[in-house]
Design a binder for this molecule. Structure first.
Ligand code: ZN
Length: 500
């Protein structure tokens, strides 16, 4: 167990705090996951990578971490689950699919994108629809404690009563008056006693397909319920870290805090952590702004705003180059700079591999073991200061500078120092930052590249046939056949299939 004093910024206290887990050596961490009715976009990559960095660092420090990230497979509206058609159900209706087919399809695509970005899978990935009973129990507890009321088959959280007894708005720093003012222009209060009240359970309209029986009505849970119910189920009544994007602070996380206190009498989460947003031309990138670029579009370069395709590792490096609490503005130039920077880092790593037995240059100064020790401390200090990944990256660039000096025969390195530098590089670049030597490709991109290689070979075979080089043309066909490819000659050339 590494005794590094880790400071993390707690959104709730608005300051950096020394991280002290509730249970010695163990950490419980909950991160809000995706809503699965569309592909994940760059804005989703940021929390995934930010909390993957934290997960990896906690594991590196020797903690046993239970990392829970949910799948929202009830398609609530982005900010207010109270009105409108469920987005997953709507997509299912338009495409004549079962809603669960839509949810599963995008869950699979999300997993592919996460694997390409080298984000470790969470320990538990609970689905909202698999925890309806837990959510109903939560609603019942809040009702029993007097902080919710029934109206026309729906259950609403009584924000005014809660604010009177506890204080609503502690995470976002808003007062109930602000919140009421901000929502005054919205449509009439309707079933709610107060515009600031939010739905815990919503009675389903007849056309609503995603619905469950409950003591109050056939309906569905309010969006905020799932994270409170599932966080508690898998991490307990109190746990260490709850994370997500800054856009979730209000209302989602504010409501989660209120639900926890109203149901169990005390808060659930010790450290609230939020990553900042990705902007595009200064505006937040998101579904509700209709200015987002999906991860598959980045990987394939198929969006009109992209001048090229970007490898998943370029995206990861681009995000890690900024501190998670600062904004990152999307731009092709910035991504291309990240691509070059990452290539420079990996070139340094390749050179370092070659310095296996050290390298002596007569009269050149030695790279001291102290240099590696200082660099290592710089990396730990940066990570311990609220996950300062850009500083870790700059320390790794310094290592590359030194490696190049040795390679240019302007410095010498012993095999022991080279080994220490390799260990440091590996630990921070690969284990903690989660970079990989290959660019990290999605399955689809890999399959496409693979298909192109087969086509290239078959073009050569056509060429060989045209030149009556039967030996070569047969060899290409037979070698491909040995690997399981069936090549057929057709009128206009050839076709192939893979039978393995
Ligand atoms: Zn959540």
């Amino acid at each position: 167990m590494n005794n590094q004093p880790l400071l993390i910024y707690n959104t709730l206290s608005r300051q950096k705090e020394l991280f002290r887990p509730l249970h010695e050596g163990r950490v419980g961490m909950y991160v809000c996951g995706p809503t699965v009715y569309g592909d994940a976009h760059l804005g989703h990559a940021r929390p995934a990578i930010t909390f993957d960095l934290l997960f990896r660092y906690l594991l590196h420090l020797g903690y046993k971490v239970r990392y829970v990230r949910n799948i929202t497979d009830v398609g609530h509206l982005e900010h207010d689950a109270d009105e409108g058609e469920d987005k997953i159900a709507k997509k299912a209706r338009l495409e004549e699919l079962e809603p669960m087919e839509v949810a599963q399809y995008y869950t699979n695509r999300f997993h592919e994108a996460m694997a390409a970005l080298n984000c470790l899978p969470p320990s538990i990935e609970p689905h909202a629809t698999g925890h309806i009973i837990e959510q109903q129990q939560l609603v019942q507890q809040i009702l029993d404690n007097g902080y919710a009321y029934e109206s026309n088959g729906s259950i609403y959280f009584d924000v005014e009563k809660y604010d009177h007894d506890h204080r609503y708005g502690i995470l976002s720093g808003r007062s109930l008056e602000n919140i009421k003012d901000a929502s005054r222009e919205l449509a009439g209060v309707g079933e709610k006693r107060n515009q600031a009240d939010f739905a815990l359970w919503k009675k389903a309209q007849p056309e609503h397909i995603m619905r469950w029986p409950s003591p109050w009505s056939d309906g569905f849970p309010g969006w905020h319920c799932e994270c409170t119910a599932m966080g508690r189920k898998y991490l307990g009544e109190e746990f260490d870290i709850h994370g997500g994007g800054m856009d979730l602070v209000f209302p989602h996380h504010e409501c989660e805090i209120a639900q926890a206190v109203a149901s169990q009498g005390h808060p659930m989460v010790h450290y609230w952590m939020h990553n900042n947003m990705i902007t595009i031309g200064g505006q937040k990138m998101g579904k509700s702004y209709n200015n987002f670029i999906t991860l598959p579009e980045f990987f394939a370069g198929t969006h009109e705003k992209l001048t090229q395709a970007y490898a998943p590792m370029t995206i990861r490096f681009f995000i890690l180059q900024a501190h998670y609490r600062s904004t990152v503005d999307f731009g092709n130039e910035a991504l291309q700079a990240a691509e070059k920077g990452l290539a420079r880092l990996m070139d340094g790593w390749k050179l370092l591999q070659r310095l296996q037995d050290g390298q002596k240059t007569k009269g050149a100064p030695q790279v001291e073991v102290q240099y590696v020790a200082t660099l290592s401390q710089q990396c730990y200090d940066a990570m311990n200061d609220d996950l300062n990944s850009p500083q870790v990256i700059s320390a790794l660039f310094d290592a590359c500078r030194v490696i190049n000096t040795v390679n240019d025969k302007k410095a010498s390195i012993t095999s022991e120092v080279a080994q220490a530098l390799r260990e440091l590089f590996h630990t921070f670049a690969f284990d903690i930052l989660g970079l990989t030597e290959n660019a990290g490709t999605s399955n689809k991109a890999r399959e496409e590249a693979f298909g192109h290689v087969v086509d290239m070979l078959l073009e050569q075979r056509s060429q060989a046939k045209a030149e009556k080089n039967w030996a070569l043309s047969d060899k290409i066909r037979d070698d491909l056949a040995a690997l399981g490819f069936e090549v057929k000659d057709t009128k206009d050339g050839y076709s192939w299939s893979l039978n393995v």
